[in-house]
Every structure is written in structure tokens, then in C-alpha cells.
Design a protein around this ligand. Structure first.
Ligand code: MN
Length: 490
């Protein structure tokens, strides 16, 4: 088997032929020297770990400074070589990424407050250099891949933390591929029995359906070609194990309700052809009612775009199709990381708007955490829940947790609007204030300027921590006003 270093070189060559390989060599040398004598728990030389981290980054076809930072990511923390030396030898870019990784540091498990600690570290790293989070995820992937040489207690702790913290952050940054990899690696250590079970069903289903899916793809390809659609690719894609597990839990473990175990992914050159492809497929096979999803005109909050449809294909069997352009595909797989993809024409390094919004949100959560730890559970849930997006009458998009209500929406816009909220119209219809909102709802808050403040009952149905804390603050204030009112005046 080729050494880690040889594998790294060939992985870089595959997408970046004229990379500065002398710099890669120099980083390799420095890492070998710095980690000399250090070993992993498995007994192998320590340096294999940062090299594998760099391979993961190179497999994502990222720009060279990120890959080099992968090689050097543990040097300042674990060896005598300083960050200054790295910056001097490899430039500011590499130095800044490694610095960020060092700041995320070795995350330790400490009960509830680990969330605070982890989020704080993620936030600091993110603010310093968002690229360091990508390196940190690649680092975590190798640690999960080599977890078997650790004692069981530690395996469980690291795996659980990956599911609870790393995976939601990767998800919010749209890094679907890394999220799936991290979850599937961690799954077997956290829920070993469920893992075996899910793995077995996937294998059985795959064996039973593989040939059928191939036949469906052949027919679809022929029909698309006949209709003049220039397909880039069509592949059958198995669902990630952990995401299947989550879905099974949601559907009472009924595998027959899971339609996307194997989905057929169609990639076409542009948006217009995405919709034409949908039309051709629906003309060929009848779609299932309520299963057509247009995430192109209404992207998911993390930016995911695609058309999804489920059809009764040949013999009436149910098959899901996912249709997207190459750019949408890249964004879905790599998210934030897609932004630092290497290309011969260097892109400008500006972080996309939705990721910037997420960083702002992280900053807000961070601030609330610093203020007080008591509401940590609600902040945690709020932050990691699935999100919906709701639209103001002016067309602004507000990002909220699932099942948020018009009151949450009102407080997300402004504290005063929340406090004076007396009713709501959802999609032009008067709606109760505790109605759960859905993605795409247009919501208008009706305010009453004479209203004194929020109703204390709202606390029972609001979902966001911001609404809860505003309602509580108000309740406390009105009680103290009332006490002041009944106390004899001096
Ligand atoms: Mn490491």
C-alpha cells in the first residue's frame, strides 16, 4: 500500500497538477521532524494522522494552503515548533488557518457546559478564519476512522460529541458530505445495535433493488435524451446510514415508508433543464402526490437546492429522483468549503451571504451563552433544531426553528413587535398565535399599540430562546411593577 505521503501527492496531482509540490514536501518534512517520536494510540507514527487529514482536504479539491494547513494542524499544539515559524515558512494564509485550528483545540467533554465551550471555540475559530473549521472537520474524520484503538469509554465520548456538535455545525454550513461521513463513522460507536440493524437493511434492500434501479435509469436516460436534455450525469445514490436511522425513528421504524433509500440523482447543465427533466419524468411516470419539492425556488435554510420528486416507476415501484445543476451539487456536497475549491481561475475569497448570516447567528448565541448558562438547554435546542424559513409581507426571509409560531416570528423581527403582537395573518388568513409555521409561509403580524406587553401564556408554545427570554423578562418586570404599585409609597 502506498504511504500516506504518496497518497497525498497523487490526490493533489489529480486536481491541481501544477501545485507547488516543493511546499508540500517542506510541510511534510517539518511535520515529520516536529512529531518525531510521537505515536498514535494504534502505535503508528503520529505524522500519519495529519497526512490523512490533508488527504481528506485534497479529496475535496481544496486550495493548497488549506491542504498544507492540514499537514501542519497539530504542530503548534503538540510540538516545540511555534505558529510564528509556520507563518514565516509557509505564509500568512497557512499560518492563519493553523492558528484557527489550534484555537478550536482539543475539545473535551464536560457535561452540559461542553456545549458552551465547544460553541465558543467554534465561534472563535470561525471569526479568525472560517477555513480552519474545514480542517477541524477533516481532523475529526480521521480521529473517528481510527477510533477503534481507543478505550471504549473514550470512543463513546468522541463519537457522541461528533453527532451532537460537529454534525449539526457541518449541516448548518451546508457541508453535506462531511456531515454524512462524520455521522456514519460515529453512529456505530453510539448506537452499535441500531447501526448493525440499519446496515443490514440497507444491504438487503440494495441487493434487492440494484438491478431494478439500473433498469429505471436506462429508461430515464433514453427518454431525457429523446427530449433534448443534455444530462451531465445520472447516478443511484444510497442514503447515508445515520440519516436513514433518524428517518426510521421518525416513521416508527417502518422501512416501507422510506422512499429515498436509493435515490436517483440527475445533474443537468442549467436551471431550465432541471424543470424540463422534472416534466419529462412526470410524463413518463406518475408522481406521488405531495412529494414534489422545489428547493430551487425555495432553498432550504442551509442553502440546499434541488428538485425532488417521487414517482411510480415501472411495475408501480416507488423511486425518488433528485434533480440539480453542477453548482447546486457542489454546494450541497461541500457547502462553505465549496468556496475554497481549487480552480485554475482563482475565485475571490468572499464568504457567501447565508454563511455570513450563520456566523452572525453563532455570534449572537455565543453572546447569550456568555451572559448566563441557565438557558443553555433552550439555546442548544434552538440552535441545532431543523430550521424553517418564513417570509415577511415585504419578502424578507426569516430563519426559525421547526414548529416556531407567529409569536416567535414577531420577536425575531423586533422586540416591540413581539410585545405588541395581538394577532397574525398566515398566507392572508387570520391564524391563532400558537399555530406552528411552515417553510414558505408568508406571515404578517397584527400589532396593537395599546397593548401593555406579551401574554405570560405565550411561554407555553413559543420555540425560540429569544421569545422565551423576552416574555420572561416582561413577566418579571410586570410583577415587580405590581409589587411596587401595592407597596406603600414613602
Ligand atoms: Mn489532529
Amino acid at each position: 500500500m502506498a504511504s500516506e505521503y504518496d497518497q497525498l501527492i497523487s490526490t493533489i496531482k489529480a486536481y491541481h497538477k501544477d501545485a507547488d509540490f516543493s511546499l508540500v514536501e517542506k510541510a511534510h518534512k517539518l511535520a515529520v521532524d516536529a512529531h518525531k517520536g510521537q505515536r498514535r494510540m494504534s502505535g503508528e507514527p503520529y505524522v500519519n494522522h495529519p497526512l490523512r487529514t490533508a488527504i481528506t482536504l485534497a479529496e475535496m479539491e481544496l486550495q493548497l494552503p488549506i491542504v498544507i494547513a492540514g499537514i501542519l494542524h497539530d504542530v503548534p499544539e503538540d510540538t516545540d515548533v511555534t505558529l510564528e515559524t509556520i507563518t514565516k515558512e509557509f505564509g500568512h494564509d497557512v499560518g492563519s488557518i493553523v492558528e484557527g485550528v489550534t484555537k478550536v483545540g482539543k475539545v473535551k467533554y464536560r457535561g452540559v457546559s461542553r456545549y458552551v465551550e465547544n460553541m465558543r471555540r467554534f465561534f472563535i475559530a470561525m471569526a479568525a478564519d472560517a477555513r480552519s473549521l474545514i480542517v477541524k472537520f477533516a481532523d475529526r474524520i480521521d480521529n473517528l476512522r481510527t477510533l477503534e484503538s481507543l478505550p471504549p469509554k473514550k470512543q463513546y465520548r468522541i463519537a457522541l460529541e461528533s453527532l451532537e456538535i460537529f454534525s449539526p455545525v457541518a449541516s448548518r454550513l451546508g457541508m453535506g458530505e462531511m456531515k454524512g461521513t462524520i455521522e456514519d463513522l460515529a453512529f456505530q460507536y453510539v448506537y452499535p445495535k441500531r447501526y448493525d440493524y440499519v446496515k443490514k437493511i440497507v444491504q438487503q434492500r440494495y441487493e434487492a433493488k440494484n438491478e431494478y434501479i439500473n433498469t429505471v435509469m436506462k429508461i430515464a436516460q433514453k427518454e431525457l435524451k429523446r427530449s433534448g436534455i443534455q444530462m451531465t450525469s445520472m447516478v443511484g445514490r444510497l442514503k447515508h446510514l445515520y440519516s436513514l436511522h433518524r428517518k426510521l425513528e421518525k416513521y416508527d421504524r417502518d422501512i416501507t415508508k422510506i422512499y429515498d433509500l436509493i435515490a436517483i440523482r440527475v445533474i443537468v447543465p442549467d436551471v431550465a433543464q432541471c424543470y424540463s427533466t422534472l416534466g419529462v419524468l412526470h410524463n413518463l411516470w406518475k408522481p406521488l402526490k405531495g412529494r414534489i419539492k422545489d428547493y430551487i425556488s425555495q432553498p432550504k435554510p442551509n442553502g440546499y437546492q434541488s428538485l425532488h420528486t417521487t414517482v411510480f416507476a415501472i411495475g408501480g415501484e416507488i423511486v425518488e429522483f433528485q434533480i440539480r445543476t453542477e453548482e447546486m451539487h457542489e454546494a450541497a456536497e461541500y457547502g462553505l468549503a465549496a468556496h475554497w475549491h481549487y480552480s485554475e481561475h482563482e475565485k475571490t475569497s468572499k464568504i457567501p451571504e447565508r454563511h455570513k448570516r450563520w456566523i452572525d447567528e453563532l455570534a449572537r448565541v455565543h453572546k447569550e451563552m456568555v451572559k448566563g448558562l441557565k438557558d443553555i438547554e433552550s439555546i442548544k435546542l434552538d440552535f441545532f433544531q431543523s430550521r424553517i424559513f418564513v417570509i415577511t409581507p415585504k419578502g424578507d426571509v426569516i430563519d426559525l426553528p421547526e414548529d416556531a409560531t407567529p409569536v416567535d416570528f414577531a420577536y425575531a423581527i423586533h422586540t416591540d413587535i413581539g410585545n405588541k403582537c395581538s394577532g397574525a395573518r398566515v398566507n392572508s388568513e387570520i391564524t391563532r398565535l400558537d399555530t406552528p409555521l411552515k417553510s414558505g409561509d408568508v406571515v404578517e403580524v397584527i400589532t396593537d399599540k395599546n397593548r401593555k406587553g406579551p401574554s405570560p401564556d405565550w411561554i407555553n408554545f413559543v420555540k425560540t430562546s429569544i421569545a422565551k427570554s423576552r416574555i420572561r423578562t416582561h413577566a418579571k418586570k410586570s410583577i415587580s411593577d405590581w409589587i411596587k404599585g401595592v407597596l406603600p409609597k414613602k
